[in-house]
Design a protein around this ligand. Structure first.
Ligand SMILES: Nc1ncnc2c1ncn2[C@@H]1O[C@H](COP(=O)(O)OP(=O)(O)OP(=O)(O)O)[C@@H](O)[C@H]1O
Ligand SMILES: [Mg+2]
Length: 354
């Protein structure tokens, strides 16, 4: 390095160490400056030091930058992932408080989207069940009140002397009472089936015999209404494990309906056959039938078609619900369709080894 008189740098290597070699520059016996030579080892060490400092600075910058980037990504993930989860959580909270109409809108196709869809399905089911419960309670109280108020009216009329207590009024009173007790029995049976407490005593039984005896019980009523009853049974026995009493109840309910809701002079056709591993029994009748939109609702509790409501003979709408629960309890199924004869076609399938 070239230094001036006062050993200030003029040009050259600036980091002059203490052990640097100094040579004066003399002009006419006077020192006008200095030449400083720093040993080579010192120079490389200083370069290393600069390089180290440079490394520290860049690592620091990279560190800060990565931290910022990580924060940005975390914020984005929290927003896209946690936001929907938070929404589902809030909706669950509202659902738990009884707000069943509550739904979450999450459009994504990931796990959170699936969770939201499942949540909406759950809310829908709860809402439907709650609605059904309310309707059921309303139906039950309505169905109980009607025969009770008729009974009370008739009893009051007898008390006031408007009507006399003769065999005909007794008969009418008794029919109201038996309607009430049938309703209460049906409700009791359905509630037992719901809690799984309905007892089934299964034994090996022959469906041919069972159908024969049930049909025999309805022959007289069919004749009275000029209904032709055709029973088509296979020659081979239809054996299966089932509760004969419950099956009898099922067949009687279906026959009762067929007799009630088929116009005079119509046809009832009952056929049974062995299929792969089920026994299939078809109940077909002639008109009137039910509309296509009524078909899936027939097995609902208290569901009645117009025919049942308009006629004095109409019931409470529990018969088919009971039949359905008996079929299910046997591991079978009951389905409804339009019959080619013009009325209703009910198909009962019962597994042979239930
Ligand atoms: N064989 C049938 N033909 C035409 N409609 C039918 C037939 N069976 C049932 N239905 C219709 O289905 C409805 C439901 O039948 P379901 O047996 O459950 O009730 P219900 O007969 O009205 O009353 P319940 O059986 O409790 O005395 C009936 O109201 C009737 O409108
Ligand atoms: Mg019925």
């Amino acid at each position: 390095a070239l230094l001036d008189q006062q050993k200030q740098l003029v040009m050259g290597y600036s980091a002059i160490a203490d052990d640097a070699l100094m040579r004066p520059i003399e002009v006419a016996g006077k020192t006008v400056g200095w030449l400083a030579v720093t040993p080579f080892q010192n120079v490389t060490e200083a370069g290393g030091e600069r390089f180290r400092q440079y490394l520290v600075r860049t690592s620091l910058a990279v560190g800060v930058l990565s931290l910022l980037l990580a924060m940005l990504i975390a914020w984005w993930i929290a927003r896209t992932l946690l936001d929907p989860v938070k929404r589902v959580a809030a909706a669950t909270h509202r659902l738990a408080a009884g707000e069943y109409s509550n739904r979450v809108s999450v459009a994504s196709n990931d796990e959170v989207g699936q969770l939201a869809r499942d949540f909406n399905q759950l809310a829908h089911t709860l809402e439907r069940n709650e609605k059904m419960r309310r309707e059921f309670m309303a139906d039950v109280s309505h169905e109980l009140r009607t025969p009770l108020s008729v009974l009370r009216g008739e009893l009051e009329a007898i008390e006031d002397g408007v009507r006399t207590l003769d065999p005909s009024s007794m008969k009418s009173l008794q029919s109201e009472v038996s309607m009430l007790s049938k309703l209460v029995d049906d409700l009791y049976e359905l509630s037992l089936a719901d809690v799984g407490a309905l007892t089934y005593r299964k034994s090996e039984c022959d469906l041919n015999e069972l159908l024969d005896s049930c049909v025999a019980m309805f022959l007289e009523r069919c004749n009275a209404r000029h209904l032709r009853l055709k029973l088509e049974l296979p020659t081979t026995p239809l054996r299966l494990e089932a509760d004969p009493k419950r099956l009898q109840q099922l067949f009687s309910n279906l026959l009762e309906n067929a007799v009630r809701y088929t116009d005079e002079g119509g046809v009832l056709r009952i056929s049974a056959a062995n299929e792969a591993d089920v026994v299939r029994i078809d109940f077909l009748d002639s008109g009137p039938g039910v509309d296509a939109d009524q078909l899936p609702r027939l097995f609902e509790r208290f569901y009645r078609g117009e025919t049942s409501r308009n006629r004095a003979s109409g019931g409470a709408g529990l018969g088919l619900a009971i039949c359905h629960s008996i079929a299910l309890a046997h591991g079978g199924s009951l389905s409804a369709d339009h019959s080619p004869l013009g009325g209703l076609w009910l198909t009962l399938r019962l597994p042979r080894n239930a």
